[in-house]
Ligand binder design. Structure first.
Ligand SMILES: Cc1cc2nc3c(=O)[nH]c(=O)nc-3n(C[C@H](O)[C@H](O)[C@H](O)COP(=O)(O)O)c2cc1C
Length: 235
């Protein structure tokens, strides 16, 4: 069984191709999850709509609660961390994260950043161990492989990894760094570009992204279905 966690971060609630002014990233994540589910209908999918229901921002109370030892927390502190704990539980419980996130002003949408702030948690997803000297952080989400599929959309173009304007895209590298910090290293990205141009340029980019999504789902499904490599028999 593969457990999916599906997150959408676009501020636009509808889906491109279905709703007027719909979101391209929501259309891509929907495509990914629907294709996955049609092959593996019993795999559970948990959904969180960050774009229309953003997590609360980190504030003073959250920081006080987070940096108070768990056994010394007052009831209000546990309450303040409850949302963040729920997001961590969902993440720990997942094998495959499908994240729809547009590029907003060169970075991730604020609700996705609020999610990142909620899931990087000392003692839950990463440990700070001062006895390790200059390398004190130990990621905790290394118990099994988890994969991240980042499905993005941009108004401009050339911002894929290695592209001429890749330096203006801080979304993919930021998410890669933050998730790598807690032990999730396998992040693959597919993006639509040229959204602001519209017309044929956009249509070609949408078609290319859709084809890449289908290909990626099929490749992951094939890997998931493949039997685990046989262990050599003991001599
Ligand atoms: C607030 C805002 C900021 C944006 N900033 C950028 C940007 O920095 N670079 C870019 O290429 N496109 C930018 N865009 C365009 C979006 O990335 C593009 O419209 C994308 O398709 C939005 O995703 P969605 O279709 O899922 O809503 C921005 C759009 C908005 C609304």
């Amino acid at each position: 069984m593969t457990r999916l966690l599906h997150l959408d971060a676009s501020a636009r609630p509808g889906r491109h191709g279905i709703d007027p002014h719909g979101s391209h990233t929501r259309a891509l994540t929907h495509r990914f999850v629907a294709r996955w589910r049609s092959a593996r209908p019993h795999d559970p999918v948990r959904y969180r709509d960050l774009g229309t229901a953003p997590p609360r921002l980190v504030d003073h109370d959250w920081i006080r609660a987070e940096f108070t030892r768990r056994d010394a927390r007052e009831p209000w502190m546990a309450e303040r961390l409850a949302d963040s704990d729920a997001m961590v539980d969902e993440l720990i419980d997942s094998d495959l994260l499908v994240i729809g996130a547009p590029l907003y002003n060169f970075g991730m949408p604020a609700p996705l950043k609020a999610w990142v702030d909620g899931i990087v948690r000392i003692g839950r997803t990463v440990v700070f161990d001062p006895s390790r000297g200059d390398d004190p952080y130990v990621p905790l989400l290394t118990d099994r492989p988890r994969r991240v599929i980042l499905l993005s959309s941009r108004g401009g173009h050339g911002m894929d990894e290695g592209g001429p304007l890749a330096h203006m895209n801080h979304l993919d590298p930021h998410l890669r760094t933050a998730l790598g910090f807690i032990g999730i290293h396998d992040l693959r990205g597919i993006a639509i570009e040229n959204e602001e141009f519209g017309g044929e340029r956009l249509a070609a980019s949408v078609a290319a992204a859709q084809a890449k999504v289908d290909c990626l789902v099929d490749a992951l499904l094939a890997e998931t279905a493949a039997p685990a490599p046989r262990q050599p028999l003991p001599a």
